[in-house]
Design a protein around this ligand. Structure first.
Ligand code: E4P
Length: 215
């Protein structure tokens, strides 16, 4: 499974990239606003830090506006891909951008039928938001299971399932077990994935025994 970082914080992205296992980055307007930086400047910097796709999200609501924004952002760096919302206009924009060879991440997906339509519209990635479904008492992971099952029936659909709105390491484990293509992970969750108290206590004991043997 590919690992993307869900962040517009370049310090976090640089730190995650230094692990050598970051395959891409997703941003959204909230994350960019939180960074307090100019949109173009921050996207260009992120693109210089990672080789993989970096999602830059449009804010227009009409397909023409989304396509114009998408064309502009795609020119900022070779690895920019365009994030559009899963609306009627977003699907139109997805079809037009993908037909022009621009990678598209269709975001704010909350149902299997939405995911099916996005794939038909040529999305490179579909982003189902599992955490936000869990937040309202639904089963986010069931949606991932449904989409993976549906896409597997139609190998000609090339859209990758990008698990979004990840809240904790268990989400990542479950997504991987279901065969999702990508998980976009907030940096604190990535950090938690690599930590285990038994690793720390085991290492401490090994080093203590090593030192004792020498004295
Ligand atoms: C990813 O592309 C989304 O922007 C992100 O995962 C949303 O996560 P949230 O529900 O924690 O805001």
């Amino acid at each position: 499974m590919k690992i993307f970082i869900d962040s517009a914080n370049v310090d976090e992205i640089r730190e995650a990239a230094s692990l050598g296992l970051v395959d891409g980055v997703t941003t959204n307007p909230s994350l960019v606003a939180k960074s307090g930086r100019d949109f173009r400047e921050v996207i260009e910097e992120i693109c210089s830090l990672v080789d993989g796709p970096v999602s830059a999200e449009v804010t227009g609501l009409q397909a023409d506006e989304m396509v114009a924004e998408g064309m502009e952002y795609a020119a900022w760096a070779d690895n920019v891909i365009i994030k559009v919302p899963l609306t009627r206009e977003g699907l139109k924009a997805c079809k037009r951008l993908s037909s022009d060879g621009i990678g598209v991440n269709v975001t704010l997906c909350f149902s299997a039928n939405q995911a099916l339509l996005a794939a038909k519209a040529g999305a490179t990635y579909i982003s189902p938001f599992i955490g936000r479904l869990d937040d309202i008492g639904h089963d986010g992971m069931q949606l991932i299971s449904d989409i993976v099952e549906i896409y597997n029936h139609y190998p000609n659909l090339e859209t990758e399932v990008l698990v979004a709105s990840v809240r904790h390491p268990r989400h990542v484990t479950e997504a991987a077990k279901l065969g999702a293509d990508v998980a976009t992970i907030p940096f604190p969750v990535l950090d938690k994935m690599l930590l285990h108290p038994k690793t720390d206590s085991g290492l401490e004991k090994f080093l203590k025994d090593w030192e004792n043997a020498k004295s």
